[in-house]
Design a protein around this ligand. Structure first.
Ligand code: MTE
Length: 324
C-alpha cells in the first residue's frame, strides 16, 4: 500500500505450481483435535533473519483440499516463492520484506469472535471453526491498488458459510472484520500514527456473494503467517487492501465502518475499492498492472475480471465512490 512513496516491484520468476490431490479432511481433523502437532519446540524465531524458522501449523493435515473448478483464471499461477516473500502486512512494517518478522505472530491458540447484530455472539477457536467449514481450493487473482497483481491458489471456505454460522439479525447491513492487535510481536503496530487495529468491511450482499472467501490455506498448505494466517479475507474483485489478514473478529453492524486505509487517507482510499482501470488513483493510473513474476504489464479489467459475478451488486449505487 502506498501512502507517500512509490516502490519498485522488480522480482524474480520461477516455476508454476503442481496440481493437488483431495484427502479425507474429516478423518485428519480428528487427528488434529486429538493433539496439536506443534513442531515449534526448540525453533528460534528471528525477526531479523530472512531465514527465520517457520513453525509447523497444527492445521497442516487438512491440506490439500479439493479444487473448485468454477473459479479458474486465464493467467499462469504466480510462483509460491514470490507470493510468500513480497507482502503487504503493515503490522510487521511498511516494506514488502516482512515474511521473517511475521513468523513471530503466535497463531495458536487463536480465537475468532463473532458478535454485533447476531442471534448469539460466540468466540470460537480456529481449529473448531475449520472443522465446521466446507474447505475447498480456488484460484483467484489479486490486484493490489499499487498496480501489481498475482494469481494464487487459496484454500479456505466461502464467507457465506461463516455468515450462515453466525446467524445475523435482519438489521445487519455490514460485516466488519478486525485484525489482531499485538504490538509486542507486531512491531508495525508500535507506529502510533496508524489507526490500529486494521479494520475492513463489506456490505451483507458483498459478504454473501459467492466470490467472497476466507482463505486459510495457500498452495495446498496452511496459509503462511506473512499472508495472513490463520484466516484472511479474499475478495478478488476489489483492490487487495480490502482482503484483511489475520482476522480475530467479525462484527455484524448497521453502520458502515471506516476502514484502515480510509482512516489514514480518505481522499485516496474508500470503502468500496472495486477494481476499475478507468478510475485512476489520485497519484497514479490504474489502467494497467505489473504481473509479478513476469516482465509483463497487462491491461487491468473492470472488477479485476469478475464483473459477471459482482457487477449487479452495484446497480443503483452510482452516486457512491465505488472505485476508490
Ligand atoms: N491486512 C492487514 N491486516 N494488514 C495489511 O497491511 N495489507 C493489504 C491486504 N491485507 C494488509 C492486509 C494489502 S495493501 C494487500 S495488497 C494484501 O493484503 C496483500 O496480501 P499478500 O501479502 O498476501 O499478497
Amino acid at each position: 500500500m502506498l501512502i507517500k512513496v512509490k516502490r519498485g516491484w522488480e522480482l524474480p520468476e520461477s516455476a508454476a505450481t503442481p496440481e493437488r490431490v483431495f484427502r479425507d479432511r474429516r478423518r485428519l481433523m480428528k487427528a488434529v483435535a486429538a493433539g496439536p502437532i506443534l513442531l515449534a519446540a526448540g525453533a528460534t524465531l528471528s525477526a531479523c533473519s530472512a531465514e527465520a524458522e517457520v513453525e509447523e501449523d497444527p492445521s497442516a493435515s487438512l491440506y490439500p483440499v479439493e479444487g473448485n473448478s468454477r473459479y479458474k483464471v486465464d493467467r499462469p499461477m504466480t510462483p509460491e516463492e514470490l507470493v510468500t516473500n513480497y507482502n503487504n502486512f503493515y503490522e510487521f512494517g511498511s516494506s514488502k520484506d516482512i515474511a521473517a518478522k511475521a513468523q513471530q505472530l503466535p497463531i495458536r491458540p487463536w480465537s475468532v469472535t463473532i458478535d454485533g447484530l447476531v442471534d448469539a455472539p460466540i468466540t470460537i477457536g480456529i481449529d473448531e471453526l475449520l472443522a465446521k467449514m466446507p474447505l475447498e481450493e480456488r484460484v483467484y487473482r489479486l490486484r493490489c491498488v499499487e498496480a501489481w497483481s498475482i494469481t494464487i491458489p487459496w484454500s479456505g471456505f466461502p464467507l457465506k458459510a461463516l455468515v450462515d454460522f453466525a446467524k445475523p439479525l435482519g438489521s445487519a447491513k455490514y460485516l466488519v472484520m478486525e485484525t489482531f492487535l499485538n504490538p509486542e510481536v507486531a512491531s508495525g503496530q508500535r507506529a502510533v500514527w496508524y489507526p490500529w487495529p486494521y479494520v475492513e468491511g463489506l456490505t451483507m450482499a458483498e459478504a454473501t456473494n459467492e466470490l467472497a472467501f476466507i482463505a486459510t490455506g495457500l498452495y495446498g498448505k496452511p496459509i503462511p503467517k506473512q499472508n495472513g494466517a490463520p484466516l484472511r479475507l479474499a475478495v478478488p474483485w476489489k483492490y487487495g487492501f480490502k482482503s484483511i489478514k489475520s482476522i480475530v473478529r467479525f462484527t455484524f453492524s448497521d453502520e458502515r465502518p471506516v476502514n484502515f486505509w480510509q482512516a489514514l487517507a480518505a481522499s485516496e482510499y474508500g470503502f468500496w475499492a472495486n477494481v476499475n482501470p478507468e478510475v485512476p488513483h489520485p497519484r497514479w493510473s490504474q489502467a494497467t498492472e505489473r504481473v509479478l513474476g513476469t516482465d509483463e504489464r497487462v491491461p487491468t479489467r473492470l472488477f479485476n475480471g469478475y464483473a459477471p459475478f459482482v457487477a449487479d451488486l452495484y446497480e443503483g449505487l452510482e452516486g457512491e465512490r465505488l472505485f476508490a
